[in-house]
Design a protein around this ligand. Structure first.
Ligand code: GAF
Length: 388
C-alpha cells in the first residue's frame, strides 16, 4: 500500500529554485513554504465564532519569488498552465481568477495592509492534494505571503504572523470569493510539529495541544470527490447559520444554546444551527480525550460529529460515509469526514498495526461501489509556514 508522501522540503525547494531560474531567467530571491491541514474536530464552526482543532500536515506548498523593477507581477505554477500577469493594484477583487486569485490576491492584501510590495515573478509548487479538503488554498496563500516577507527581510514574529493570516483571509474571501472562516490560514501559519492547534474564534486565542500518537496513525483518505468552496454550497451553509443567529437574536451561534436552537422555525435552518452548537461543544472534549489517551471518548465524539455533518449540516457524500464506516469496521479507533465537505477527505485514528488493513478495506469498498480510487496520506502534525 502506498501513501501520498510529502517529499523532502529541502529537495523540493532546491528543485523549485532551479525551475524558477529556468522559467524567468533570474534566480529566486526567496522561497516560502506553508502546509495544508487536517481538522480533527470543529467543522464550519470558525465563521460562527466557535472552536476548531486542526493540525498542519507535512504536505506543503512552496513558492519562489524574485522582485522586478518594472512593477509587473507574473504568477505561474508547476502544476497548472494557467498564469496571471498584472500589477499589485490589479491583483485585488475582480482581478485574477481561478487558482491565481489565491496567489496574486495575497500581494494585493499585503499591500492593503501597508507593506511595500514590489512587482515580482512568482512560481508555485503545490504539494497539498487539490480539492481534497486539506486546505491547498490556504497553503498557497500563506506560502506566497511568507515568500514576499522573505523578500522584505522580515522575521516571522508574532505580529507578522498575524499580518500574514489576515492578509491571506482577505485574499481568499475578497479576491478568490470563497466566504471561508479563517481556520485554514490560522493553522497554516501557527501549526506546530507534534501538536494540534485549538483556536477560539470568539477571542482569537490559540493553544497548542500536544498529540502523543505513539502506536497510532492519523490516516487521511482523499475520496477524490473534488470539493469546491466557491460553488455555493459553503455560502448557503453560512447564510443558514446567519439566519439562525438572526432569528435567535444573537450575534453568532457561539452564543446560542441547544434548547433555543430547537425552537427555530425552519427545519433546515434548525438542523444547520444544531450542527454548529453540538460541534462546538465537541471540540474541547476531543482535545482532552486525545490528551489523556481516551480512545473510547474520541471514537464516540468523532462518530457524533460525522453523523451531525451528514444529517444536520448535509455536507457529507456517499464516498465520505463509506470511508468512515469502513475505516471503523476494519479497526480504526475513530473516523469522521474532515474539512469543508461536499467531497474531500476523511480522517481516522488507526492503531499502527491496522493501518494497512484499513487502507485495503477502503480501497476494496470503493472499487466494489464503482467510486474513484482514493488516496491515503499520513497526517503527522507538522510545523506552520516559514522560509524554505
Ligand atoms: C473550509 C474553510 F476554509 C474553513 O474556514 C472552515 O470553515 C472549514 O471549511 C470547515 O470547518 O476549509
Amino acid at each position: 500500500m502506498s501513501y501520498l508522501e510529502p517529499g523532502s522540503p529541502d529537495q523540493i525547494a532546491a528543485d523549485l529554485r532551479g525551475a524558477f531560474e529556468q522559467r524567468y531567467g533570474t534566480p529566486a530571491a526567496a522561497v516560502g513554504r506553508a502546509p495544508g491541514r487536517v481538522n480533527l474536530i470543529g467543522e464550519h464552526t470558525d465563521y460562527n465564532r466557535g472552536l476548531v482543532l486542526p493540525l498542519a500536515l507535512p504536505h506543503a506548498t512552496y513558492v519562489a519569488v524574485a522582485p522586478r523593477t518594472d512593477g509587473r507581477v507574473r504568477v505561474a505554477s508547476l502544476q497548472d498552465d494557467a498564469t496571471w500577469e498584472g500589477t499589485v493594484a490589479e491583483a485585488g477583487p475582480g482581478g485574477p481568477r481561478g487558482w491565481t486569485a489565491y496567489a496574486a490576491g495575497v500581494l494585493w492584501a499585503l499591500a492593503e495592509a501597508g507593506l511595500d510590495v514590489p512587482g515580482m515573478d512568482v512560481l508555485v509548487d503545490g504539494r497539498v492534494p487539490l480539492g481534497a479538503g486539506l486546505s491547498s488554498s490556504a497553503a498557497l496563500e500563506c506560502a506566497v505571503a511568507v515568500a514576499v516577507l522573505g523578500l522584505a527581510g522580515r522575521d516571522l514574529d508574532e505580529e507578522t504572523r498575524r499580518l500574514v493570516i489576515d492578509a491571506c483571509i482577505r485574499a481568499e474571501t475578497e479576491v478568490a470569493g470563497a466566504p471561508t472562516g479563517g481556520m485554514d490560514q490560522t493553522v497554516a501559519v501557527l501549526g506546530e510539529a507534534g501538536a494540534a492547534l485549538l483556536v477560539d474564534f470568539d477571542t482569537d486565542e490559540t493553544r497548542s495541544v500536544p498529540l502523543d500518537l505513539a502506536g497510532l496513525t492519523l490516516l487521511v483518505t482523499d475520496t477524490r470527490v473534488s470539493h469546491e468552496l466557491t460553488d455555493g454550497g459553503y455560502a448557503a451553509r453560512r447564510a443558514d447559520c446567519e439566519a439562525a443567529a438572526a432569528e435567535l437574536g444573537v450575534a453568532s451561534l457561539r452564543e446560542a444554546d441547544l434548547a433555543a436552537v430547537e425552537r427555530i422555525t425552519d427545519e433546515r435552518v434548525r438542523a444547520r444551527a444544531r450542527h454548529i452548537v453540538t460541534e462546538t461543544d465537541r471540540v474541547v472534549p476531543v482535545a482532552e480525550a486525545l490528551t489523556r489517551g481516551d480512545r473510547d471518548a474520541v471514537a464516540q465524539l468523532f462518530a457524533s460529529s460525522h453523523a451531525s455533518m451528514r444529517d444536520d449540516f448535509e455536507i457529507s457524500c456517499d464516498e465520505l460515509d463509506a470511508a468512515v464506516a469502513v475505516a471503523v469496521e476494519a479497526g480504526a479507533v475513530a473516523a469522521r469526514m474532515t474539512g469543508g465537505g461536499f467531497g474531500g477527505s476523511s480522517v481516522a485514528l488507526v492503531p499502527d498495526e491496522r493501518v494497512e488493513a484499513v487502507m485495503r478495506a477502503i480501497d476494496t469498498e470503493f472499487a466494489l461501489r464503482g467510486f474513484a480510487a482514493p488516496a491515503h496520506l499520513r497526517a503527522e502534525p507538522s510545523a506552520g509556514a516559514g522560509p524554505a
